[in-house]
Design a binder for this molecule. Structure first.
Ligand code: F6R
Length: 261
């Protein structure tokens, strides 16, 4: 696991966008895994700028989102399909239908989850997955207690996650759905490269557990310690509880400049 501590979200976005640009340069048909929430927004802004400038193209690429609330009406502004379209997909040159997400309105939820797993596999799997992390250590919406081998399924959101996300629902906790469909930890682990982004003090404990804690379903993100290619991009505030912070800084400082993440 490579831990990189940067000045701010802008610097994080530049490094993540460089990695995505390099991937699409090598493989224009690459499959991207897309997170919603606030953490990746600066990355999406940077990618939109680069696409507008003609230095990156998603024309042949595909994407799969991580998760979706269950039961939000199709026209609800916080439905993740709507959100990802607004913050990223509609701002770059994906062809229509190239980005898919789990169907939170499906009548048959288990069938919809199985179909989503099949769609990811049929696309050849995810080449690069962008992740945020919850204050309770979730990735996707794999809440504490999730099976480390789980696949796409329905999950109950913790009260903590609903409180954290109430800011997207005008602060109204009751308006935050109680359930979601999420790629499982096993699904996420199948991605070939994972970039996890965390900023701000509220993420510091989850980041400490992710990088330095024991692997445990109590902090689901710790499963990433078993992945061969994870890059963790942090600002100072999110890195403040890391025990080996000086070592991570030194490692990145002395990394050969030609080497990407
Ligand atoms: C969103 C997702 C979640 C978020 C996490 C952090 O698709 O899967 O795991 O990444 O809840 O959310 P933010 O970035 O809003 O702090």
């Amino acid at each position: 696991m490579e831990v990189i501590i940067l000045a701010d979200a802008g610097e994080i976005a530049g490094i993540a966008a460089d990695a995505i640009g390099a991937l699409l340069g090598r493989n224009p048909t690459a499959v991207l895994g897309l997170a919603t929430g606030s953490s990746p927004l600066a990355i999406y802004d940077e990618l939109a700028l680069r696409c507008e400038a003609g230095t990156i193209s998603f024309r042949q690429a595909r994407g799969f989102t991580l998760d979706e609330y269950v039961g939000l009406p199709a026209d609800h502004p916080q439905r993740y399909r709507t959100v990802i379209d607004e913050v990223f997909v509609s701002r770059v040159d994906f062809v229509p239908g190239a980005v898919e997400g789990p169907d939170g309105l499906a009548a048959d939820i288990p069938a919809a989850c199985a179909a989503y797993e099949s769609a990811i596999q049929a696309a050849g799997g995810v080449d690069l997955q962008i992740l945020g992390i919850g204050t309770d250590g979730h990735i996707g919406f794999n809440e504490p207690g999730s099976s480390l081998a789980s696949r796409t399924r329905i999950k109950t959101l913790t009260r903590q996650t609903r409180v954290d996300n109430a800011r997207f629902f005008d602060g109204d906790l009751d308006a935050v759905p109680t359930h979601c469909l999420t790629q499982g930890l096993g699904t996420i682990m199948a991605a070939r490269h994972i970039i996890l982004v965390a900023t701000g003090r509220s993420k510091a404990e989850a980041v400490h557990q992710l990088v330095e804690g024991p692997v445990s379903a109590l902090w689901p993100a710790t499963v990433l310690q078993h992945h061969p290619h994870v890059t963790v991009l942090l600002d100072d505030a999110a890195a403040r509880r890391l025990q080996l912070v000086d070592y991570y800084r030194e490692t990145y400082r002395s990394k050969p400049k030609w080497q990407g993440i």
